[in-house]
Design a binder for this molecule. Structure first.
Ligand SMILES: [Zn+2]
Length: 680
């Protein structure tokens, strides 16, 4: 079962993005909190290039750390969160008096097992040997299907992913979703794209999996790798593109079990579903029906040896971060260096902290909140969210192109937004999970089994509205259309996004725009297809839907003209939802800020007006630089536009920005008024 976090239903703000030094202690500050005017670049006119005016000096003096593919506001805060979590974990790691089975003990033991490198080096491939032996022992396609199920349960990528989520057209019930999966390259297109870069990636991938097989003792690793690669290529040819997968209507196909089985008739479904404990399920929601048929054909046509090669590669790829150094080095060379341009691996402790965050996020999150999230921050956030909601209400009521019929539904959806701030009201219960300080791969298997049982346990039960898909120590945020909720983990509620000491302009331009972005997802090109109760249904009049889509198309065309690299432009269709979220975000934050002033003029601080401070902090939160390889992967696979264009793309459509900085025709940031796109 894939973590629900990876579902396209959830739309995170993105991690990219700030400052190359720790915030100065306030006693040494020569400027008000939030913005240092000395950072602004006087050699660039804000009217020509607002990104460089605000961030240019930072970009010039900042070097991306060797263990990072990009660096900026988000990444820097992410590092702070990692250090905070490390302190908590290391406090626990020193203790031998923790209650057996307590979340604290689980955290300590998982971290200890990861940090015990001496043991891991000695073990080599031994921890994955049982799984690889199981693959070797398979003697028929029937057995193979059962093994696929057991491997899928372990959260290892196989050709079909199964996961439990709310039924989009009946959101008060959970359903089993079926989705394409199981490729080693980042996307189906990577198997077919022409050109030198794509070939380099494919070659590096082959080198990587060959090396894994060699380290695991395969006598003919190059031949096995070739079989696995060819099989992946055949699966990739059947898969849908990322743009197709964004479509919430086309990916909703509820099939009876009989219909699912009939869509790949020769495939041995029963052993697969049995192994997944899904044998009794009568309906499935299939994301890509044509893929299931295609996968069935590939399953039948490829030989048992091809499939064994493929599964060995999937198991080794999944385990490679947790085995001895040669395995990790091979992994790093492909997954980090080739794909993202990262120069050096992150320190072991950072990888250990990431592992704990990923696997036991709430177990450590509880203490993180106790140490790092003051109640005053939650109260201030609640106020900001409520002001943003009011601004969205104003915007919907005054929206000229929307008919009354659609408007009433939109306002109903807004009234039903659920904000979640900081941390869950109800923490994940880890009762029954047992870990050991000396068995890393075993720990991962036990966590995977525990998580799978947790997901299965949802079926037939009430909706767990209290669930969070991110831990409190995550620097990010999300909108979940099924619960119509906007969620802000504690870790993003820090400078430069949110600063209890800073003036309102700074906070509205920072976290206000993030809140607005998540609210904006409720009304982006996909979000708008669900109602206030999380139901995927068309509540728009034809006329309003057509008008909305025309605006979205114009926005997509604008982004298609942005080139993050000389030979690569943004994919307007892939990034449409995020670009709409960004534009709605800055619009709502601005209106909420103006509303908060109640007609008064805010004070000028450090020579900057309130309006200027709003936009400057909006640009600061996107401050970032990326390695070219990272930028290329992002543009090709990620629904978020690169940070510079998230900023410029939004502001060039936003008339109050023109007014604040007196942007004129002929300036670099100018777009003719009739070409500017506005939704609400
Ligand atoms: Zn987003």
């Amino acid at each position: 079962m894939r973590p629900v976090l990876l579902l396209p239903l959830l739309l995170p703000v993105l991690s990219c993005g700030s400052i190359d030094r720790a915030p100065e202690p306030s006693s040494h500050r020569t400027h008000a909190p939030g913005i240092d005017p000395a950072d602004l670049d006087p050699s660039v006119r804000p009217q020509d290039d607002f990104w460089r005016y605000v961030n240019g000096r930072w970009i010039e003096r900042t070097k991306i750390p060797a263990d990072k593919a990009s660096w900026g506001s988000f990444a820097e805060l992410g590092e702070k969160s990692n250090r905070d979590v490390r302190e908590i974990i290391e406090d626990l790691a020193r203790r031998d008096d923790l209650a057996a089975g307590s979340p604290e003990e689980l955290v300590r033991d998982l971290y200890r097992s990861f940090m015990d490198t001496e043991r891991l080096e000695k073990l080599g491939a031994a921890p994955v040997r049982p799984a690889l032996d199981e693959v070797s022992a398979v003697s028929s396609k029937e057995e193979l299907a059962g093994l696929l199920g057991r491997i899928t349960r372990r959260n290892i990528d196989t050709p079909i992913a199964f996961f439990v989520g709310q039924d989009s057209k009946n959101p008060t019930a959970y359903a089993v979703f079926v989705s394409q999966n199981g490729l080693g390259l980042p996307d189906r297109d990577y198997y077919f794209r022409e050109g030198e870069e794509a070939q380099t990636v494919r070659d590096a991938y082959r080198t990587y999996i060959t090396r894994l097989l060699e380290l695991a003792g395969d006598p003919t690793p190059a031949e096995t790798a070739d079989r696995a690669f060819r099989l992946e290529e055949a699966l990739a040819a059947e898969q849908w593109t990322r743009v197709e997968n964004r479509d919430s209507e086309k990916t909703y196909n509820k099939l009876t079990k009989d219909a699912l089985l009939a869509s790949a008739e020769s495939f041995p479904w029963e052993p697969l579903l049995e192994a997944l404990s899904l044998g009794e399920i009568s309906e499935f929601i299939v994301h890509q029906p044509s893929y299931i048929g295609g996968m069935g054909r590939v399953f039948a046509e490829a030989s048992l040896d091809d499939w064994k090669a493929y599964l060995a590669v999937r198991i080794l790829d999944h385990a490679s971060p947790y085995l001895s150094t040669p395995f990790y080095d091979a992994r790093f060379a492909f997954h980090n260096r080739t794909l993202y341009g990262q120069e050096e691996p992150a320190a072991r402790w950072k990888r250990g902290v990431s592992l704990v965050n990923r696997q036991l996020g709430q177990a450590v999150g509880r203490e993180y909140v106790r140490r790092h999230f003051p109640p005053a921050a939650k109260a201030r956030m609640e106020e900001l969210v409520s002001n943003l909601r009011a601004a969205l209400g104003d915007s919907l009521r005054s929206c000229e192109w929307m008919t009354e019929e659609t408007r009433a539904q939109a306002l109903d959806k807004l009234a039903k937004f659920t904000p979640k701030i900081g941390y869950p009201d109800r923490w994940r219960d880890y009762t029954g999970l047992e870990l050991r300080g000396d068995d890393l791969i075993g720990n991962l298997e036990r966590i995977e089994a525990f998580d799978y049982a947790y997901q299965l346990g949802k079926l037939g039960g009430p909706i767990r509205r209290y669930e969070w898909y991110m831990s409190p120590q995550t620097v990010n945020a999300y909108y979940n259309p099924r619960l119509n909720e906007i969620v802000f983990p504690a870790a993003i509620l820090q400078p430069p996004f949110f600063d209890l000491q800073a003036d309102d302009a700074v906070n509205y331009g920072g976290i206000g725009a993030v809140i607005g972005h998540e609210m904006g997802h409720g009304f982006d090109d996909q979000g708008r297809k669900s109602d206030g109760d999380g139901m995927l249904r068309n509540w728009w009049t034809d006329e309003d839907a057509a008008e909305y889509d025309a605006r979205a198309k114009r926005l997509a065309a604008q982004y298609e003209r942005f080139f993050p690299l000389p030979d690569l432009h943004i994919n307007g269709a892939l990034t449409m939802g995020e670009n709409i979220g960004d534009l709605n975000g800055v619009t709502l934050a601005w209106r909420a800020y103006q509303r908060s002033l109640r007609g008064k003029t805010p004070p000028t601080i450090d020579g900057l007006s309130g309006d200027e401070r709003f936009f400057i902090n909006f640009a600061q939160i996107w401050r970032s630089k990326s390695r070219d390889a990272m930028l290329r992967q992002q543009v090709q696979t990620n629904p978020h536009s690169p940070a510079e264009f998230r900023l410029t793309g939004s502001l060039m459509n936003f008339t109050p920005f023109y007014e604040t900085f007196h942007v004129q025709r002929g300036d670099g940031m100018w777009r003719d008024p009739e070409d500017r796109v506005e939704f609400f």
